[in-house]
Design a protein around this ligand. Structure first.
Ligand SMILES: CC(C)(COP(=O)(O)OP(=O)(O)OC[C@H]1O[C@@H](n2cnc3c(N)ncnc32)[C@H](O)[C@@H]1OP(=O)(O)O)[C@@H](O)C(=O)NCCC(=O)NCCS
Length: 349
């Protein structure tokens, strides 16, 4: 069985730069607070109407497809990871298939938030290894700016997130040393409500004593989205930051070590770790725990914020464009996020 290689990679960031200072016009926050707690200086926001999660993903995909030396018509499967899809349904994958005039290939949307891209890679890896598909397009893209709370109430979430997209084309590896060595996926639903967007949804407050949605006297047909939910700000994502932080700094090193040990390798063997860009403080903590040098870890959250499913392919692409990743390098991708879910991939470039 041939391994799976990344044959082409691309990224797309909207032009509109939003600084920490810019956010102070909407909410009570400060550049100092945001930089101290998260490392973020600025993020990008997609154009109100001209850039969507799908269109940004499509732009990143075009670059990845070209760099893979292939065409959109050669792609035989699409996997799209996002938590901010253009439509509640159908998923963004079919919008990519239509826009790039692809064949009537399968299109799968992955709903694993910050771990979405690594989960998507893992799925693609199985299809390539078994010889089912030869050119798989995997996209991670987010337009977070559309769905977050710009009042002070939502500041702990809103200052963190940004928009953007990354994409890869995966193919069977031609060189023996090259490709994905292993992927490792995990979840713990005990924490499902600690980082979540509850509404609109079908939960009807079933899962928790806390009321995550106000239904008033709404009847069944009106319960999906009520005016009260909107008025109470219940349609925005919510996060218990300290709980996320504490779990992330344990699970990131754990899943990275799992990948290394599965391949009889150690942190010292790593040429590059691309952690999901959740928070610079988390990435620094992970670096310290694994005793990695600065040149073994790539971070760009300072400029793009946390772009959820897009953060790993954006960072991987940027590191590769800067020639920080070379042929044969050992690269680890690691993610943690809502669910909680966490995951890693170890590959030779
Ligand atoms: C979100 C995070 C930066 C908050 O930092 P923290 O030190 O844990 O802060 P807390 O949530 O305990 O809040 C501390 C105070 O800062 C305030 N605060 C929160 N967001 C703020 C903001 N953007 N600006 C200014 N003050 C803010 C809080 O209201 C709170 O005030 P209080 O003490 O008066 O109640 C931090 O918890 C974190 O990074 N968690 C991980 C988040 C993450 O990575 N998410 C993505 C996962 S994929």
């Amino acid at each position: 069985m041939k391994r799976t290689k990344i044959a082409g990679i691309g990224k797309y960031l909207p032009e509109n730069v939003v600084t920490n200072q810019d956010l102070t016009q909407y909410m009570d926050t400060s550049d100092v607070w945001i930089q101290e707690r998260t490392g973020i200086r600025e993020r990008r926001y997609g154009h109100r109407t001209e850039e969507t999660t799908a269109t940004m993903g499509i732009e990143a995909a075009k670059i990845a497809i070209e760099r893979a030396g292939t065409t959109a018509q050669d792609i035989d499967f699409i996997i799209f990871a996002t938590l901010s899809p253009d439509y509640y349904f159908p998923g963004c994958g079919v919008l990519v298939q239509r826009a790039l005039k692809m064949k009537e290939v399968g299109a799968l949307d992955v709903r694993n938030q910050c771990s979405g891209f690594v989960y998507a890679l893992s799925i693609a890896d199985q299809f390539i290894r078994t010889g089912t598909y030869k050119n798989i397009l995997v996209i991670g893209s987010e337009k977070q700016s559309f769905g977050i709370d710009f009042s002070t109430r939502g500041r702990n979430v809103t200052v963190i997130f940004g928009d953007g997209a990354g994409a890869v084309v995966l193919q069977p590896a031609d060189k023996e040393y090259q490709g994905i060595l292993s992927t490792h996926l995990h979840s713990d639903g005990e924490f499902a409500e600690n980082l979540a967007m509850f509404n609109p949804g079908t939960h009807a407050n079933h899962w928790n004593e806390k009321n995550y949605a106000t239904f008033d006297t709404a009847e069944i047909g009106q319960m999906f989205m009520t005016h009260a939910m909107i008025n109470n700000g219940e349609t925005y994502p919510r996060m218990d930051g300290p709980v996320v932080f504490k779990k992330a700094v344990v699970k990131f090193p754990e899943v990275i070590m799992e990948a290394l040990q599965a391949n009889n390798l150690t942190p010292a063997d790593l040429n590059m770790l691309i952690p999901h860009q959740a928070n610079l403080r988390i990435a620094q903590f992970v670096q310290q725990t694994l005793k990695l040098r600065d040149d073994q870890v790539y971070n760009n959250i300072q400029y793009y914020g946390n772009t959820t499913a897009a953060s790993i392919p954006i960072a991987l692409c940027e590191a590769w464009e800067k020639k920080l990743i070379k042929d044969g390098d050992l690269v680890c991708l690691a993610a943690f996020g809502s669910g909680f879910t966490w995951a890693s991939t170890l590959l030779r470039w």
